[in-house]
Ligand binder design. Structure first.
Ligand code: AP5
Ligand code: ZN
Length: 217
């Protein structure tokens, strides 16, 4: 199965992709995570992407597609993938269609996480993760059970993304509306569009997504 999670920054793509990964044995493939790893590694792609990401813009299709194709070629993705944050432009969507067609595959479902813009700024601006295991937290919506200690691994170091400020979140939201939201029509035309109310609680969204994934795959 090839599942796409579409949605603006803060919609819950990463949160839900990790839950689907555990539940259905699919592989989460986040171009945001892959790009952040390239930035941290200081590769040529990472050096080119860094300033764009910090400003909340979109990294070029060329760089994103190179990183994605590399990851898609790995043997572990054969069982099925959840694309989190990809595709984000019309060019990326057609490149994905072509890449899948070469392998005799197609997009199984593109699931649009529907949310309202103002709430997304708040979700993104309060977010942080465990520096050891990556578990996600939020200043207002999801604090660790014991203050300062990760629920999952007991770690005590946390980190925030450089682009998780209110100003950058606004720029990311604009990029979403200008370049990514039009893909909803592309997947509707292909007959694979699904929508989920992502203003609901994390568990309620997970349950809606679980029903969709069980039905389509
Ligand atoms: P990326 O890493 O993809 O970031 P994003 O799309 O902005 O998405 P986020 O990770 O911010 O949000 P999310 O939807 O995953 O929400 P989350 O689950 O964390 O991209 C970063 C940058 O990389 C881009 O700006 C761009 O520069 C570049 N890039 C990446 N891919 C690219 C591509 N294909 N092409 C070009 N450039 C690319 O949830 C957010 C918070 O809300 C969390 O704290 C969570 O706990 C909380 N939360 C989640 N769900 C709920 C809920 N239902 N109720 C309450 N709180 C919730
Ligand atoms: Zn942890």
């Amino acid at each position: 199965a090839v599942l796409i999670l579409l949605g603006p920054p803060g919609a819950g793509k990463g949160t839900q992709a990790r839950m689907l990964e555990e539940r259905f044995g699919l592989i989460q493939l986040s171009t945001g995570d892959l790009l952040r790893a390239a930035v941290a590694a200081g590769s040529a792609a990472g050096r080119a992407a860094k300033a764009v990401m910090e400003a909340g813009g979109l990294v070029s299709d060329e760089i994103v597609l190179a990183i994605l194709k590399d990851r898609m070629a790995a043997p572990d993705v054969k069982a099925g993938v959840i694309l989190d944050g990809f595709p984000r432009t019309a060019g990326q969507a057609s490149a994905l269609d072509a890449l899948l067609a070469e392998a005799g595959q197609r997009v199984t479902a593109a699931i649009s996480l529907e949310v309202d813009d103002l709430a997304m700024i708040a979700r993104v601006a309060g977010r942080y993760t465990c520096a050891d295991c990556g578990e996600g937290y939020h200043d207002a919506f999801k604090l660790p059970e014991t203050s300062g200690t990760c629920d999952k691994c007991g770690g005590t170091a946390f980190k925030r993304r450089a682009d998780d400020t209110a100003d950058t979140a606004r720029a990311r939201l604009e990029a979403y509306h200008a370049q990514t939201a039009p893909l909803i029509a592309h997947y509707r035309a292909l007959g694979v569009l699904e929508t989920v109310d992502a203003m609901a609680s994390i568990d309620a969204v997970a349950s809606d997504l679980g029903s969709i994934v069980s039905r389509v795959s």
